[in-house]
Design a protein. Structure first.
Ligand code: G4P
Length: 530
């Protein structure tokens, strides 16, 4: 064991995923409240920015580039050092949202109890599955009328294809929300609407066997319904199995109400017990152990122009192993040079704190003079290895882009290439031509506006975007396929990425199915290689 083992082993790094409005921000705020040590005001202020009206928000976004709302929060609780990675929701859903998940060791999925699994959760969930990271489910808003509990679980299992294991079970909902039954202890925890902003609860714990007391608290009807449901549940649900949870095959499910602060601390306690310490990560020399290995990190996100006055770029790195020391030199593997990381900082919402050290599990932002790319590895000078690349996620919106003034070709190509390199957009070309025709793909439509704005403001190039009807993109995995012989539907389009990898664009799922049928052996993938 290395000397930093304790620091590393107390770290827990996770992302929260949800559909907008399910309660991610509220839950995060409550976590921070329990942590106590956090600069709550700062983080809440930052979060509030994300809730601003679109017009307001757009301005902020435009002034600063992309995804200002994405941040990392660090706090301590019960001896743990917890890093929460925020996955931007709302209109700023972008590739960064996906990439953030590449830096997390587990995910917390927040679901609105009256809505069940929603579109954005489904998308983010796919990335978690691809990485086999543990997923914890918090079903929120039980203080409002909720869907049937069994139906909610069924929805998760069917929609997401993951087995569920309820850790607790709700008793009623909305005006009739009485509390939860904790399966492990066999106790009912009665619902108490704790005031917003305080962490003191008035919930009481009553063992299920204390029938009289329970009847007095939750009423006969709810008690008999609960007894029935527990019986059903014990017979039907998957057994608790930590190995399955840590392999991402089984999700523990919790019920609560983030707003009224019910069930949040219980969730946090169970979560910390079940989730993992920083995970080893795959590199070209094998798995890198977070404790045994000296410092290493990989870049998962690059954010440009966070500060307009300085036109700076920040590269976000996940520390994967060892201890980072600001005074030591490191090797940027892809850039082929040994250097000191400049102005390493922890980015918390709007605030930045300069760091002198960090440990495996932490996220640091460093000043990037334009040398880093997404997926790059940083390690000790005496070493030379690369972490497995971050996949390119399938864009869902496409447009043909043209510059208005043809004389500005050079700036246009330079600008669009640089913005693509930051990972804000993906660029493609017509299959049989070069850069004359550029097709831009984005994960969230807002990125089109950001592209237009940035090209105008930073490169002085005006562009026109012509929306294309495609919504699905697939990378062709077969290396030896004869593309001229490939037969698809009439609305299918062949394109290529900047590395000349062939891709297909489709208008709908049906076309993908037809193309697969017509071309035996064709292997299509939703994720590209970076
Ligand atoms: P998000 O980050 O996932 O987008 O959701 P956020 O926490 O912002 O919550 C969305 C809305 O749902 C907020 O209301 C929030 O107060 C409410 N909410 C969150 N958790 C619960 C819960 O457990 N019960 C109930 N009843 N509501 C909950 P809002 O009116 O949009 O915002 P605000 O004015 O309260 O800030």
């Amino acid at each position: 064991m290395g000397t930093y083992a304790d620091e590393i082993n107390r770290r827990r790094t996770f992302a929260i995923i949800s559909h907008p409005d399910a309660g991610k921000t509220t839950l995060t705020e409550k976590f921070l409240l329990y942590g106590g040590a956090i600069n709550l005001a700062g983080s809440v202020k930052g979060k509030a920015t994300a809730r601003h009206a679109v017009s307001d928000w757009m301005q902020i976004e435009k002034e600063r580039g992309i995804s200002v709302t994405s941040s990392v929060l660090q706090f301590s609780y019960d001896g743990f050092c917890i890093n929460i990675l925020d996955t931007p929701g709302h209109q700023d859903f972008s590739e960064d949202t996906y990439r953030t998940l590449m830096a997390a060791d587990s995910a917390v999925m927040v679901i609105d109890a009256s809505k069940g699994v929603e579109a954005q959760t489904r998308k983010l969930f796919k990335v978690c599955v691809m990485r086999h990271i543990p997923i914890f489910t918090f079903i929120n808003k039980l203080d409002r009328d909720a869907n049937d509990t069994f139906e909610l679980l069924d929805d998760i299992e069917k929609e997401l294809g993951i087995a569920t294991c309820p850790v607790n079970w709700p008793i009623g909902s909305g005006k009739n929300f009485k509390g939860v039954y904790e399966r492990e202890s066999g106790c009912v925890i009665t619902y108490a609407d704790t005031e917003k902003g305080t962490k003191e609860g008035h919930a009481t714990r009553i063992p299920l066997a204390e029938t009289e007391n329970l009847t007095a608290q939750i009423g006969e009807e709810f008690l008999s319904q609960l007894t029935e449901e527990i019986e059903l549940l014990d017979g039907a649900s998957a057994p608790f199995d930590l190995e399955q949870i840590q392999a991402g095959n089984l999700t523990p499910v919790f019920f609560g109400s983030a707003l009224t602060n019910f069930g949040v601390e219980i969730f946090l306690q169970h979560f910390l017990k079940m989730t993992t310490t920083p995970l080893p990560r795959k590199a070209d020399i094998g798995l890198i152990d977070p404790v045994e290995h000296d410092f290493s990190a990989f870049v998962f996100k690059i954010q440009a122009n966070m500060n307009k006055a300085h036109r700076d770029r920040i590269a976000f790195m996940r520390v994967c192993s060892g201890r980072f020391d600001v005074n030591e030199e490191v090797r940027h593997v892809q850039g082929g040079r040994v250097m000191r990381l400049s102005q390493p900082q922890q980015i918390m919402a709007d605030e930045r704190k300069i760091l002198s050290e960090a440990y495996a599990g932490d996220i640091i932002g460093v000043f990037d003079p334009g040398i880093f790319s997404i997926g790059d590895t940083v390690c000790m000078p005496g070493e030379q290895f690369s972490y497995e690349g971050i996949p390119t996620f399938a864009p869902e919106h496409f447009a043909r882009v043209r510059q208005v003034d043809t004389m500005k070709r050079k700036q246009f190509v330079k600008g669009i290439m640089q913005i693509a390199q930051e990972g804000a957009i993906q660029i493609f070309q017509e299959f049989n031509t070069g850069m004359e025709e550029i097709i831009v793909g984005v994960v969230g439509v807002l990125q089109f506006d950001v592209l237009k704005y940035r090209l105008e403001n930073e490169y002085n190039v005006e562009i026109k975007l012509e929306n294309l009807p495609y919504e699905y993109i697939r990378w062709i995995e077969n290396k030896d396929i004869d593309l001229d012989k490939l037969t698809g539907t009439s609305d299918m389009k062949k394109i290529k990425d900047l590395k000349d990898n062939p891709l297909l664009l489709f208008v709908n799922q049906w076309s993908i199915g037809m193309t697969m049928e017509r071309n035996e052996g064709l292997i299509l993938s939703e994720f590209g290689r970076s």
